[in-house]
Design a protein around this ligand. Structure first.
Ligand code: DMJ
Length: 663
């Protein structure tokens, strides 16, 4: 027997019947009358629903039209990236999202609204930097035709005065910036000194002949460089799968970031070719927005270290020119710099959506600007960044030395209080406290105090142990709630802690460094590809079958980042324990196995947990050559005098700068 059917559930619904009638009649006026009658027969609710649906459909059609038409314009009728890839690399998927983390929106709480600048409505939105995904020119063009070094550091001509005032510019983040939201265009550029006041430091020793593992790094570098030269020479980043390039600042970012690596690896021919490009093609007189932090650590830092290693004054002149062009960023009510500055017009501004800057960004430009002052004798560089350091030293809102992630450029106060991380947006604040103290000859005690306080803060609030391996990890704190989340970026910390101990800080910091190093290695080792995800979550419950490292689908990409191998380098230098070299070697092999692109270059990948489908994202970040391969090469060296850590301090992009008074 079947049970009786359940009573039909009561449902509220609206029925709309649009019938064309029994017979088809082609008489237009009759049809109009009949439709109108039907319409009048509908209830008010039914009519409203229909009108709402129609309005919704019209809106959708309008939005998709504007979206598609902007895409058509950007593509200029050429095949899409996806189409090109399918032709060239069957089975491989290009990256979808931009690689850089999208800045968070400003807190919409009333307190924060008060401190925000009045914002104009968006006029036009373009995603990503201009001229993205243009095909690379032929490699033959790379040397150019201007053989002579024509550039000078003399004050740039003040042509900006004659240009149309109040132009709108597009920032690298894709936002349209109104001039009144940032600084005024400077009326005159400051005349820079042309003579370095301090002689350039040279490499301490000849690196000699590389060992087998170092040769492996050189081979990897040359493979990456081959792709860059063939498909993206003079552009910012290689897109190795589509064999083209992407622009961020349009300043040859990878080439500049890689200069000192080539010098250290002994690649003199490649270095000379790159030097020739800097001499003849690198031109900062460009209407382009750059991010203050990213361009300082990569371009300014890269030029300064190339100058120190090679002794070639070309790099210093370029560094000084670039440093001058970044200075408008500091013209804010609080002297906390804006995130972005146009190096051609001299207009600086915050991101479109907020007047906040990121704490790590404003506190991790000091090594470079201080060194620029020392070399040129021009004080303003140093003064600008040390103002920021002093200001943050005395600011409230910290928790036992830990800093929030945002600071407002108008009020000079921390915002988004109560959230603490050692990962993105705060990481290099801690690194630069220690490294500035070292750079300055260990005399600036406020820096040391802040660093020591922060390490105590980390220990008190952010450390936990995972299950089952009891790995020590650094989590995050949000309004008193702990999260077992650790960015791969945090893996700079073991190296920084060990560096501090080398320079005389408490040996208990070394215990933490060793424990965290093991954790960072496990973040790589526990993945199927042997490469760390961008973000790991740690399992803190003892449950059978669970690993220590848990990865969420959105976090399982790898951008060829350096932090694990950076720390391995420091740990090996200070302990001499060869297991660190072995771990680094494993990681290099994993990069070769899962990220190497046959025609040249390496690609970031989407999925570190799949050896069959790691899904290349079609991008080689400049730091792969600037940092990752450099640290691997240094890790495999047994020569402690090769860039001795008693004489050099590495900026956060792995560019070595001299310690002023080595002790
Ligand atoms: C680099 O640009 C620098 O190391 C920075 O401090 C953090 N992000 C990348 C590498 O991951």
């Amino acid at each position: 027997m079947y049970p009786p059917p359940p009573p039909a559930p009561h449902r509220d619904f609206i029925s709309v019947t649009l019938s064309l009638g029994e017979s088809y009649d082609n008489n237009k006026s009759r049809r109009r009358r009949s439709c109108w009658r039907k319409w009048k027969q509908l209830s008010r609710l039914q009519r409203n629903v229909i009108l709402f649906l129609l309005a919704f459909l019209v809106l959708c059609a309008f939005l998709s039209y504007t979206h598609l038409s902007s895409q058509w314009k950007a593509l200029g009728g050429s095949p899409t990236e996806g189409e090109r890839l399918r032709v060239e690399m069957p089975g491989l998927k290009p990256a979808n999202p931009p690689v850089l983390p999208a800045p968070q929106k400003a807190d919409a709480s009333p307190e924060n609204m008060l401190t925000m600048l009045p914002q104009k409505p968006w006029k036009h939105i373009r995603r990503g930097p201009p001229r993205l995904q243009i095909r690379a020119p032929n490699i033959d063009t790379k040397d150019g035709t201007q053989g002579e070094d024509k550039e000078q550091v003399a004050a740039p001509r003040d042509t900006r005065q004659e240009e149309t005032p109040q132009r709108t510019v597009i920032s690298w983040r894709g936002a349209v910036i109104e001039p009144e939201q940032g600084t005024e265009r400077p009326s005159r550029r400051v005349v820079a000194s042309t003579v370095p006041s301090v002689p350039a430091a040279r490499m301490q020793t000849d690196p000699g002949s590389p060992n087998a593992r170092q040769k492996g790094v050189i081979e990897a570098f040359l493979h990456a460089w081959k792709g860059y030269c063939k498909f993206s020479w003079g552009h910012d980043e290689l897109k190795p799968l589509s064999r083209s390039f992407s622009e961020w600042f349009g300043l040859g970012l990878t080439l500049i970031d890689a200069l000192d690596t080539m010098w250290i690896l002994g690649l003199k021919k490649e270095f000379e070719e790159a030097r020739n490009w800097v001499s003849t093609k690198l031109n900062f007189e460009k209407d382009v927005d750059v991010n203050l932090f990213e361009s300082t650590i990569r371009i300014l830092g890269g030029l300064l270290s190339a100058y120190h290693l090679s002794g070639d004054s070309l790099f210093l002149r370029k560094a000084e020119d670039f440093g001058n062009r970044l200075m408008p960023a500091f013209s804010t009510p609080s002297k906390i710099p804006y995130s972005d500055v146009n190096i051609g017009t001299g207009v600086a501004h915050p991101p479109r959506w907020t007047s906040d800057s990121t704490v790590a960004e404003v506190t991790s430009i000091q090594l470079e600007f201080r060194e620029l002052s020392r070399l040129t004798g021009v004080k303003k560089f140093r003064e600008a960044v040390e103002n920021v350091t002093r200001h943050i030293h005395s600011l409230s809102g910290k928790k036992d030395g830990l800093v929030p992630m945002f600071i407002n450029t108008h009020s000079g106060l921390f915002t988004h209080l109560g959230v603490f991380t050692l990962g993105a947006r705060a990481d290099s604040y801690y690194e630069y406290l220690l490294k500035q103290w070292i750079q300055g000859g260990k005399t600036e005690t406020q820096l040391l105090e802040d660093y020591l306080a922060a390490v105590q803060g980390i220990k008190a609030h952010l450390l936990r142990r995972s299950e089952p391996k009891k790995l020590t990890f650094v989590g995050e704190l949000a309004h008193g709630r702990f999260s077992a989340k650790m960015d791969h970026l945090v893996c700079f910390l073991p190296g920084t802690l060990a560096l501090g101990v080398h320079h005389g800080l408490p040996t208990e910091h070394m215990e933490l460094a060793l424990a965290l190093m093991e954790t960072c290695y496990q973040m790589n080792q526990q993945m199927e590809t042997g490469l760390s995800p961008e973000i790991a979550h740690f399992n803190t419950f003892s449950q059978p079958g669970l690993k220590d490292v848990i990865v969420k689908p959105a976090d399982r990409h790898n951008l060829l980042r350096p932090e694990t191998v950076e720390s391995l380098f420091y740990l090996y230098r200070f302990t001499g324990d060869r297991k660190y070299q072995d771990w680094g070697w494993e990681i290099l092999q994993s990069f070769n196995k899962h990220t190497r692109v046959r025609s040249g270059g390496y690609s970031s990948i989407n999925n570190v947990q799949s050896i069959h489908k790691p899904e290349p994202r079609d991008k080689m970040e400049s730091f792969f050559l600037g940092e990752t391969l450099k640290y691997l090469y240094l890790l495999f060296s047994d020569d402690r005098d090769l860039l001795s850590l008693d004489h050099y301090v590495f900026n956060t992009e792995a560019h070595p700068l001299p310690i002023w008074s080595p002790v």
